[in-house]
Design a protein around this ligand. Structure first.
Ligand code: PAF
Length: 279
């Protein structure tokens, strides 16, 4: 497994990798969700490249960039165990040297949900992912469905800018009790963690109602909203039931795949989760 710290090293190492090259971009502090992305890539591609970079441009002022969890040694051990051929771990200066002024902005779907609550977030994501694609030149890139809106944003960017990469979505990985895996889960106190289970519980309850035939969007949205709002420590940023492609909020009956998603704060920790309801 080669480790590259500079863009030049990454390009040189990438040139030696056989096609097809699978790529898993991450911000590190890797968990079983990342490992699933790596395993999918390893199984489907001839070579596996991973990036570990806590990208400052996708964090807003007052967000957790400085305290975002980091563990380089453990991350590299996981990459090695997953059979990675190349890990790119640049510094902030390497990715954003003084004078860098270009930003990639995806329109439309970035103005709602995460985009509305975290202004500039998706500019940071689209810019860094676009840079990483240019550096790593992957054939296939793997993203988790937990960041459902991010996935849509990246698909739009790849389509609109004619990037020659196939985007592969992998299902959300959960703890046995339902909590969606996230590097940020380490911030949760035991009490917050217990109450955070309301997110997956609410999603399951809504999915069950949907399976039983409930199709009214406000009614379905209300099920998960009530479950989460009942937790004394929960502060809801949003609960959304929107069409799964354009993220337009739904008010009537669900007749096409819909994305039920939410962002909820427990203390200083902001969690997101979602499920797709398909009629
Ligand atoms: O999902 C993430 O971990 C990040 O948003 C990504 C795609 C690695 C870009 O920094």
């Amino acid at each position: 497994m080669r480790i590259a710290h500079t863009i030049a090293e990454a390009r040189a190492a990438r040139a030696d990798l056989p096609a097809t090259c699978g790529f898993v971009p991450t911000m590190g502090f890797l968990h079983a969700g990342h490992r699933t992305l790596m395993d999918h890539a390893r199984a489907e591609c001839q070579s596996l490249a991973i990036s570990i970079f806590v990208n400052p441009t996708q964090f807003g002022p007052g967000e957790d960039f400085e305290r975002y969890p980091r563990d380089e040694v453990r991350d590299l051990a996981m990459c090695e165990a997953a059979g990675a051929d190349l890990v790119f771990m640049p510094t902030v200066h390497e990715m954003y040297p003084a004078g860098a002024t270009t930003t990639v902005t995806v329109g439309g779907i970035t103005s709602v949900l995460e985009g509305a609550h975290r202004p500039g977030h998706f500019d940071g994501v689209a810019t860094v992912v676009s840079k990483l694609f240019h550096i790593m030149q992957p054939d296939r890139a793997y993203f988790g469905q937990k960041d459902a809106q991010q996935l849509l944003v990246i698909r739009s960017m790849v389509r609109d800018l004619d990037m020659p990469v196939t985007i592969v979505a992998c299902p959300t990985v959960r703890e046995p009790d339902g909590l969606a895996l996230s590097s940020r889960n380490v911030y949760l106190s035991p009490e917050e963690r217990m109450q955070a289970l309301s997110l997956s519980r609410g999603l399951r309850q809504t999915a069950a109602a949907f399976t039983e035939g409930v199709r009214n969007a406000p009614r379905l949205r209300g099920i998960v909203e009530r479950e989460v709002a009942a937790q004394p420590l929960a502060r809801i940023d949003y609960v959304s039931l929107a069409d799964a492609d354009m993220l337009a909020e739904l008010d009537g009956e669900i007749v096409a795949p819909a994305l039920l998603s939410m962002a909820v704060r427990f203390g200083r920790t902001r969690l997101i989760d979602n499920a797709v309801l398909t009629p």
